[in-house]
Write a protein that binds this ligand. Structure first.
Ligand SMILES: Nc1ncnc2c1ncn2[C@@H]1O[C@H](COP(=O)(O)OP(=O)(O)OP(=O)(O)O)[C@@H](O)[C@H]1O
Ligand SMILES: [Mg+2]
Length: 237
């Protein structure tokens, strides 16, 4: 079993010039659990994940267990096994499936280890294995999303952050991908899932946070928020 990790975010703030996109939010997520962050367009969900990954400067603090990692760069946070599967998938359309996966392990030097990691992804996502030599730009939307998730897994994350994994996908594909998330959770990986599909996210999440214009306005068990009238009115109707 993977060693337990908790990421604690304390008073996180992000500014774009004069605009305060994130206004001092605090939350946490744990290994072996799914945590959801929901909110409308422009609420600051992507900004939060980018800040946690070290891609955007921020105020406030991020703790990896008791270790303050606030000043670490994105590659250093990846070395701490925090990985981001970005919004819009971010795969390289002209590279093959295998080449895209190799880029996900850019910190790994051992070729045999990289080959082993690629095999692991193909056993988890058999459709990608069948299409290993295909250029990624010609994959279907669902296959591209699987590739983005598999590429994030190439860094063997303990804590995986996913930005809108269900966006633009058919319900049957969404169901398959969320089943994979359950598998990852059961392996001990902690998932922080950002979703506009609030219903789906709250169903799978142990804990969830609602973000509104840069502030966390509600939090609770996923199942409790599913029936909270404020959530139902704003996000589930
Ligand atoms: N590079 C940037 N420069 C200036 N403002 C930005 C920048 N990136 C994001 N913003 C603004 O910050 C706010 C939060 O954006 P963010 O992308 O985090 O929202 P989001 O919750 O992910 O929305 P969506 O659901 O549409 O993806 C928005 O008002 C957005 O216009
Ligand atoms: Mg976003």
């Amino acid at each position: 079993m993977i060693k337990p990790v908790k990421i604690s975010v304390k008073n996180l703030g992000v500014n774009y010039g004069m605009i305060k996109a994130i206004k001092g939010i605090s939350f946490e997520f744990n290994a072996g659990e799914i945590t959801a962050l929901i909110g409308s367009n422009g609420a600051g969900k992507t900004t939060t994940l980018k800040a946690l990954s070290g891609l955007l400067g921020h105020t406030g603090e991020v703790f990896y267990n008791d270790l303050n990692i606030s000043s670490l760069s994105a590659p250093e946070r990846l070395q701490h096994k925090m990985a981001l599967c970005p919004e819009g998938r971010g795969i390289f359309p002209n590279l093959t499936v295998t080449e895209n996966l190799m880029l996900g392990a850019y910190l790994e030097k051992s070729k045999s280890k990289i080959a082993e990691l690629i095999d692991q992804q193909f056993s988890m996502f058999s459709r990608l294995g069948e299409r290993r030599a295909q250029v990624a730009g010609t994959l279907s939307g669902g296959e591209q999303q699987m590739l983005a998730i598999a590429r994030a897994l190439m860094s063997e994350p303990l804590m995986l952050m996913l930005d809108e994994p269900s966006l633009g996908l058919a319900p049957v594909i969404i169901e398959q991908i969320f089943q994979k998330f359950e598998e990852l959770k059961n392996r001990g990986i902690g998932l922080l899932i950002v979703e506009q599909n609030a219903h789906l996210a709250l169903e799978v999440a142990a804990r969830a946070y609602v973000l509104e214009t840069g502030t966390i306005t509600l939090n609770g068990k996923g199942s409790d928020l599913l029936s909270d009238p404020r959530v139902v009115e704003a996000y589930l109707t």
